[in-house]
Design a protein around this ligand. Structure first.
Ligand SMILES: [Zn+2]
Length: 255
């Protein structure tokens, strides 16, 4: 029997006091800042509206939901935006609805603060992360994807450098809890491990191409690292996908 997928059953995880993440294929969080609450990301399936609102009521009571922050506006992060606007008059905050300053926008409640910080270009031009300093929680949106190269454009020397620099900035937060846009929560260690993996892939594939191996030979020679075997959906397809992207960039001379 294959090992069960950790997100088969959505789970509401209290990452701190009055700070919840519903961990599933698509993640959503609700955080009590004291005098109001904030939601981060808004899922893919609008039919989850009732379930999410009732989970929020049972954890935060009838606290007003003043802001909904979208890490970016892909369809699988915004499905409940309208429902929040309608039900709570929530203000939707993302790079489409307003312009977020380069050095970030703070949301200051009476009990805790959140920083929404643009780190654009790794996944979309509007990528933002959300940092909760009191609880050391970092929302990465889709910049971290459990082994995925998050780019939606080509991998080349420039985008590779952007990726590594962006990871350096995320790692510098020294988050205790990292909340990716999708799948299980993790820690700063996984962000660091991904950067090592990325460097390792580039090295392995450049060397292999230089020896004249075929793509098929290379794909079977570059096996997924053992310590990453438990990464979410990594062995199923993410490692192969990353190998294919780096291989293509090396073959084209883009890296
Ligand atoms: Zn996305």
């Amino acid at each position: 029997m294959p090992p069960s997928d950790p997100v088969d059953t959505p789970k509401i995880i209290p990452v701190a006091e009055r700070f919840y993440v519903r961990q599933a294929v698509d993640n959503i969080a609700w955080i009590d800042l004291g005098n109001y609450a904030v939601v981060v990301d808004a899922l893919e399936q609008p039919e989850l509206e009732d379930e999410i609102f009732s989970a929020m009521r049972s954890t935060l009571g009838d606290k007003s939901i003043r802001y909904l922050l979208n890490t970016h506006t892909h369809y699988d992060h915004v499905a409940l935006n309208h429902a929040f606007q309608t039900r709570y008059q929530t203000e939707i905050v993302n790079q489409e609805t307003c312009s977020i300053p380069e050095d970030g926008r703070w949301f200051e409640g009476s009990d805790r603060r959140l920083l929404m910080l643009p780190l654009p270009g790794c996944h979309t031009a509007e990528d933002c992360v959300v940092w909760a300093p009191e609880d050391r929680v970092l929302f990465t949106g889709d910049i971290f994807g459990w082994g995925l190269i998050p780019l939606t454009r080509n991998l080349n020397a420039e985008t590779a450098e952007l990726l590594v620099n962006t990871y350096r900035r995320m790692i510098a937060f020294e988050a205790a809890t990292v909340v990716p846009g999708h799948g299980p929560l993790c820690t700063n260690a996984e962000l660091k491990r991904w950067v090592e993996y990325f460097h390792w892939l580039r090295e392995q594939l450049s060397q292999a191409c230089a020896t004249g191996m075929s793509d098929g030979e290379i794909r079977s020679a570059v096996a997924p690292p053992e310590d990453m075997a438990s990464w979410w959906r990594f062995l199923q397809w993410k490692h192969d996908d990353s190998v294919a992207k780096v291989l293509k960039a090396v073959r084209k001379g883009w890296l």
